[in-house]
Design a protein around this ligand. Structure first.
Ligand code: 13P
Length: 255
């Protein structure tokens, strides 16, 4: 059982990364709707930008919400290749993934930049799914908790306490992403409890209890139920297994 008396609605988000055409997204949604019978979770799909306008139409009336995989913190300007919060809002986008480890690793995003994006997303009525997580090396050298503490402090710097209910934090250990090797439920729970403790220290117990902390890293139908039954795990951010409608539906159904 979850610790709060009123259980927060879990959030299951699909991160399609750089995958799928518009046609493939259309088949996905049709198949997903056949298999998904969950009405207990918030379901979000974060497709590539090129699919967002079409997907926005495809999911109308299904209850599925739209998320963006990234955004710039500015509204407009000379930022070739970037997308602004106003642009994604125009497509009825509700969530935005910020600070994914692939953005940190390949595009050199750091906590200061991620902090600007988090604040901009909130200012534009978007709900950030803020990603944190340690590398294998950091876990092996026992510095995982320190890394996460620094990421949380840096990325949430000067984020108003009243905004925290609109933030989702995704714990995604880098070593578990795309490797097929998920964190065990106990490993994930330990970090989720730690993030909750950090939020209690920065804000308050009451605020910490309102933030959904979700897990990402090789979530599949076979391990979802066990991970999602842990005390402080309030959902999942799913990569590979979210590309298949049946698998993603099975994960959503396991909440
Ligand atoms: P996988 O589920 O493929 O490990 O990816 C996780 C992830 O990066 C979600 O954002």
């Amino acid at each position: 059982m979850k610790s709060t008396s009123i259980r927060m609605k879990p959030l299951i988000a699909a991160n399609w990364k750089m995958n799928k055409s518009i046609k493939e997204a259309d088949s996905f949604i049709k198949e997903f709707n056949k298999f998904c019978d969950s009405n207990t979770a918030d379901i979000v799909i974060c497709p590539p930008f090129t699919i967002m306008p079409s997907l926005s139409g495809m999911i109308k009336g299904t209850g599925i919400k739209l998320g963006s995989q990234n955004m710039h913190f500015e509204e407009r300007g000379a930022f070739t290749g970037e997308i602004s919060p106003l642009m994604v809002r125009e497509l009825n986008c509700e969530y935005v993934i910020i600070g994914h480890s692939e953005r940190r690793q390949y595009f050199k995003e750091d906590d200061a930049l991620i902090n600007k994006k988090v604040k901009s997303a909130l200012n534009h009525g978007l709900k950030p799914i803020l990603c944190v997580g340690e590398t294998l090396e950091q876990r092996q050298s026992k510095s995982a908790m320190k890394v996460i503490k620094n990421q949380i402090a840096g990325c949430l710097n000067n984020v108003d306490k009243y905004e925290m209910k609109n933030i989702v934090i995704a714990y995604e250990p880098v070593w578990a992403i795309g490797t097929g090797k998920n964190a065990t439920p106990e490993q994930a729970q330990e970090v989720h409890a730690y993030i909750k403790k950090l939020l209690s220290e920065i804000y308050s117990d009451s605020i910490a209890s309102k933030v959904r902390i979700i897990y990402g890293g090789s979530v599949k139908p076979e391990n979802a139920k066990e991970l999602l039954s842990m005390k402080d795990i309030y959902g999942a951010l799913v990569g590979g297994a979210s590309l298949d409608a049946k698998s993603f539906a099975a994960i959503c159904n396991s909440v």
